[in-house]
Design a protein around this ligand. Structure first.
Ligand code: ASP
Length: 601
């Protein structure tokens, strides 16, 4: 007898006797017949059971079977009667007529069934994740993830890369995001940090003579979670020695091309287009533009007379005024406009949003109070608007507010109007990033990528004197408006690295504590090197077409960083704390006790 998967039987198997093992997906008791959809990870097979042919105890067994019970069914493959085929199932032409059935394990009344996943709180879904993952959609996501990582290993190996693990217990460096800390028992009072990325270790590997490294690396960041973030996430981490930007770009294009072809059956064209950072910002307001549709930003700063009172602060501070044109959108209601206005003001700190609606009978715009007819005409011309279109305008002394607010408005309206083609995959390299960005809160320059990124050759001598103009040897790979990954050519000269720390205002003693081993390693014959990391979770999200990161991680955390299955984080025993030389602060202990009492009540 053949043991067969629930997704594999076809008309050609008719007449065979088979064993099927799986879960009861559904069971329908029709007067004379039971219909069971039996499911495993490959699919569903319809089992048909004529009561007249069954023993009494089998009828009783099936009458009481609950969904998700695990069954072994022995039966004969039959062609479904004409008109009852199910085109949606690969096995839809056949059914298996039961000869014998055995319950391998019963399923108690389920606290949650995956078919209700859309209306079930995420805490419940994650608490019963093993049930949640049985959902064929979820199962497909997780299996796809496995297939992608297999393909990554295969491709990287073919390209001559070596997979090397780097430590999980590392040193805490208080630059960037907050570290997850692990207390040391052997060295009481001291802590390891979980790595935010293997950055420094992969650079050490280059110094060790490894010329092509990769790793599917787990990374940790202890930040308040935003919807698309998880405290632990995975990167396809790559580093190469004796290479230039072009080499990394080639490897990554080959990798992505391969994954999309193998996993989605889509042939993507390489080389991917490239755009420099400045162009991306001025055309799309973002360094990760979705290029599947237009509605680009137009700079209308120079179209507006410099003595216009409402824009005075902008002109005085060298700010900008930008506009987007939305086709056939002039008819939006006042309420709708108010909503868009609130969106850019509340979420992106825009001072205001103006519109020029080109109605059938003349233009409608609050700006008419401040701008003469000629200027309005000039704006219309500058953005190429025609009757029926609408123009949205934002100005600010701070360029970045204009770019972000208008860039996000562009996306929101495009989504609402459903003008984004869903079956296109627009890969794009963003290159020529600035080396630094100004941190207004801390009043200092910070590294736009990270402090180990090399300036472009023409800025090596001048980057510390003129940080604002310096461009980096850094690149990001973007897909349909999402940053898939990024990387850079690194600094391999110890003096340049020290000048970099100085420019970033990292005092020498702090640089020494945090990065001494790197600076030292650069002194002992470091090869030129560079790399990149791709966010694996994000890549899978795009491949399986979900916008929820939890859909592509087998056991993700909730929004407040909890792991409901097994309930982590949790308290530990006093003995465990003693071993570590750690005491919980009394006020924290009190809160924990109160929480415990509340739970018990
Ligand atoms: N380590 C960097 C990151 O985590 C990527 C890279 O530069 O290779 O973003």
């Amino acid at each position: 007898m053949k043991q067969i998967s629930c997704g594999s039987l076809r008309a050609s198997n008719v007449g065979e006797t088979v064993d099927l093992l799986g879960w009861v997906h559904t069971i329908r008791d029709h007067k004379d017949t039971f219909f069971i959809d039996l499911r495993d990870w490959e699919g569903i097979t319809q089992i048909v059971t004529h009561k007249s042919k069954l023993k009494d105890e089998t009828i009783e067994l099936l009458t009481n079977v609950l969904r998700e019970t695990v069954l072994k069914v022995t039966g004969e493959v039959k062609k479904r009667p004409p008109g009852t085929e199910n085109k949606k199932l690969l096995t839809g032409e056949i059914e298996v007529e039961i000869k014998d059935v055995e319950i391998l394990n019963e399923c108690a009344v389920l606290p949650y069934h995956f078919k209700d996943y859309k209306n079930t709180a995420i805490q419940i879904r994650l608490k019963y994740r093993y049930v949640d993952l049985r959902n064929p959609i979820m199962l497909n996501n997780i299996i796809t993830r496995g297939k992608v990582t297999n393909e990554v290993h295969r491709y990287m190996e073919e390209q001559g890369f070596i997979d090397i693990e780097t430590p999980m217990l590392t040193k805490s460096t208080p630059e960037g995001a907050r570290d997850y800390l692990v207390p040391s028992r052997v060295h009481q009072g001291k802590f390891y940090a979980l790595p935010q990325s293997p950055q420094l270790f992969k650079q050490m590997l280059m110094c060790s003579g490894i010329e092509k490294y990769y790793q599917i690396a787990r990374c940790f960041r202890d930040e308040d979670l935003r919807p698309e973030r998880q405290p632990e996430f995975t990167q396809i981490d790559i580093e190469m020695a004796f290479i230039e930007q072009e080499d990394i770009i080639n490897v990554v294009e080959g990798l992505l091309k391969r994954v999309f072809e193998k996993i989605k059956g889509i042939k993507v064209k390489t080389p991917f287009p490239r755009m420099n950072y400045k162009e991306a910002m001025t055309r799309f307001g973002t360094d990760k533009p979705d290029t599947r549709f237009g509605m680009e930003l137009h700079d209308i700063t120079d179209v507006i007379p410099k003595d216009t009172e409402i824009f005075q602060t902008i002109f005085d501070n060298n700010g900008i005024i930008n506009a987007i044109k939305v086709d056939r959108y002039a008819k939006i209601s006042n309420k709708k406009f108010a909503k868009l206005r609130r969106y850019v003001r509340q979420d992106f700190k825009a001072k205001d949003l103006a519109q020029i609606a080109l109605k059938e009978k003349g233009t409608k715009s609050a700006l008419k109070k401040y701008l003469d007819e000629k200027t309005i005409e000039k704006i219309i011309k500058a953005v190429g608007a025609k009757k029926g279109d609408n123009i949205f305008i934002i100005g600010d002394a701070d360029k970045s507010i204009v770019y972000q607010a208008l860039g996000e408005l562009r996306l929101r309206i495009a989504e609402e109007l459903e003008i984004i083609p869903k079956d296109e995959f627009n890969f794009l390299w963003i290159v020529d990033f600035p080396l630094f960005e100004w941190d207004y809160d801390e009043q200092r320059w910070t590294a736009m990528h990270h402090p180990f990124t090399s300036p472009k050759a023409e800025f090596i001598d001048s980057f510390d004197e003129d940080p604002e103009s310096a461009l980096a040897n850094a690149y990001d790979i973007v897909l349909n408006g999402y940053e898939l990954g990024g990387g850079s050519i690194r600094i391999h000269n110890p003096e340049v690295q020290e000048r970099m720390f100085k420019t970033l205002n990292i005092p020498p003693e702090i640089a020494k504590i945090n990065f001494e081993f790197l600076i030292e390693a650069l002194k002992y014959g470091a090869p030129p090197h560079g790399g990149l990391a791709i966010g694996l979770d994000r890549l899978i999200m795009l491949l399986v077409e979900t916008d929820n990161i939890r859909d592509v991680i087998a056991f993700p955390k909730t929004r407040n960083a909890k792991l409901p299955i097994g309930d982590a984080p949790s308290r530990v025993t006093t003995q465990q704390l003693d071993d570590l030389g750690i005491q919980i602060k009394p006020e924290v202990l009190q809160l924990l006790e109160e929480e415990k009492e509340e739970k018990e009540d």
